[in-house]
Design a protein around this ligand. Structure first.
Ligand code: UGA
Length: 430
């Protein structure tokens, strides 16, 4: 394999994972960021992001001399063959992706990019962005390529090194092939296409995943009304290879920094070209409905009102294995419970100490049994593995009521029953 000189702009979880993993494949990588303190920490091998295996990979890359960090992009790109843009594209006005950070980097580097350099977008960007960046660069020798990432938080390193596929799109075929070659060692199926199609793959995939989950959550509600069991129903569906067993777990709704942003952005893009997309609108509104439905379950478990009721909460992050509260359905359900007057005592293994943005009537504790203590009910909102291993007899001893509302169907109802607790899940009757 031919080692390339690569610069990755942005050291968030996508950028840092991309940089460290490309270095582990043998490339020479410089990761740049505007935050000097972060770069100083990274240079000494300190990784502030909670991502399994990432710190080790960063340290290995530094020790091997293949991974370096730099403040600002202009100097870093001076010798680059490929520049990856991994800066944030948050939800802007009306749901559209805000490209200010991407464009500002391009303006900063466009005159100093070496001849023949390839500019790659990894951030999720609207269809047409590569073409727009090409214009912004204004140099025929610099090609723009879209190479979307499909990393999940909490398993980003594993996903990068064992990808289901690599997607690379450019209107300059040769540039797309050069970017695809960076991943040759991974031996993954590779889709080489035009820039717009590569950009579309990312939105189409994330919106499909969101739709799959909204569908499962709706089927779960129907199961409750018809006396069916969602666990058996999804197992039976999943053996169909066209459906697959994964991404079929009902819950309090989907969230995180990607699916809500990407569904809103694709809807906005569709509206901009006068395309009515009722299916995607339904996917999004079903997700809001799901949160309200979880609140109704808790209210009902507490006898019809939450006013002044003390509730124990297990899990606030948007999924297990992260410390990320962005667009967390768990946090949103907690907020709605607080709005109805509940006092919340919450425990989350990923959160420590003061977290900004929590409801005023929520107290974060560092012990699950403290969350349960003197609470009228316990509400499981995130599927941390350790919750399954709690001493449920001890939990039953400190709760004032017998109900556990498990919005993730994460616990074993039999274990809870034996502890004298009443389990209420989603889409199944115990
Ligand atoms: C998601 C996609 O899965 C990645 O492929 C994509 O690269 C990434 O967005 C991105 O665009 O960067 P991520 O946001 O890390 O990854 O989270 P997921 O693991 O997909 O979970 C999303 C939400 O769906 C979470 O709230 C999770 O709890 C929920 N979920 C997931 C369920 O409720 N049930 C399931 O069966 C699976």
């Amino acid at each position: 394999m031919f080692a390339r000189r690569i610069v990755v702009v942005g050291t968030g979880y996508v950028g840092l994972t991309t940089g460290a993993c490309l270095a582990s494949l043998g490339h020479r990588v410089v990761c740049s960021d505007v935050n000097a303190t972060k770069i100083e920490q990274l240079n000494s091998g300190e990784v502030g992001i909670h991502e399994p295996g990432l710190a080790e990979l960063v340290q290995e890359g530094i020790a091997a001399g293949r991974l370096k960090f730099a403040v600002g992009s202009a100097d870093a790109v001076a010798e680059a063959e490929v520049v990856f843009l991994c800066v944030p594209t948050p939800m802007g006005s009306g749901g559209a992706a805000d490209l200010a950070a991407v464009e500002s980097v391009v303006r900063e580097v466009r005159e100093v990019l070496p001849r023949g350099c390839v500019l790659v977008t990894k951030s999720t960007v609207p269809v047409g962005t590569a073409a727009r960046l090409s214009e912004l660069v204004g140099r025929p020798d610099v090609a723009a390529v879209s190479n979307p990432e499909f990393l999940r938080e909490g398993s980003a390193v594993r996903d990068f090194l064992n990808p289901d596929r690599i997607v690379v799109g450019s209107d300059t075929q040769d540039a797309a092939e050069r970017v695809a070659a960076l991943y040759a060692r991974l031996g993954a199926p590779t889709v080489l296409t035009d820039a717009a199609s590569a950009e579309m793959v990312k939105y189409a995939a994330n919106c499909f995943l969101a739709t799959k989950l909204s569908y499962v959550n709706a089927i779960a509600e129907l199961c409750e009304r018809l006396g069916a069991d969602i666990a058996d129903v999804t197992e039976g569906m999943g053996y169909d290879r066209r459906i697959g067993q994964s991404f079929l777990q009902p819950g309090p709704g989907w969230g995180g920094s990607c699916l809500p942003k990407d569904t809103a952005a694709l809807l906005q893009v569709a509206e901009a070209v006068s395309f009515d997309f009722p299916m995607l609108r339904a996917t999004i509104s079903a997700n809001s409905h799901q949160r309200m439905r979880m609140v109704a379950k808790v209210r009902e478990a507490c006898g019809g009102s939450l006013d002044g009721v003390r509730l124990g909460v297990l899990g606030l992050t948007f999924k297990a294995g992260t410390d990320d509260l962005r667009d967390s359905p768990a946090l949103e359900v907690a907020r709605l419970l607080a709005e109805e007057g509940a006092d919340l005592i919450a425990y989350d293994p990923g959160l420590r100490g003061d977290e900004p943005g929590l409801p005023a009537s929520l107290t974060l504790v560092d012990d699950p049994y403290l969350a349960a203590k003197e609470s009228a009910a316990l509400v499981v909102l995130t599927e941390w593995q350790e919750f399954r291993a709690l001493d449920w007899g001890r939990v039953a001893g400190v709760l004032t009521g017998p109900v556990v509302v498990d919005t993730r169907n994460h616990l074993d109802p039999d274990v809870l029953r034996r502890a004298g607790l009443s389990w209420r899940g989603v889409g199944r009757t115990p």
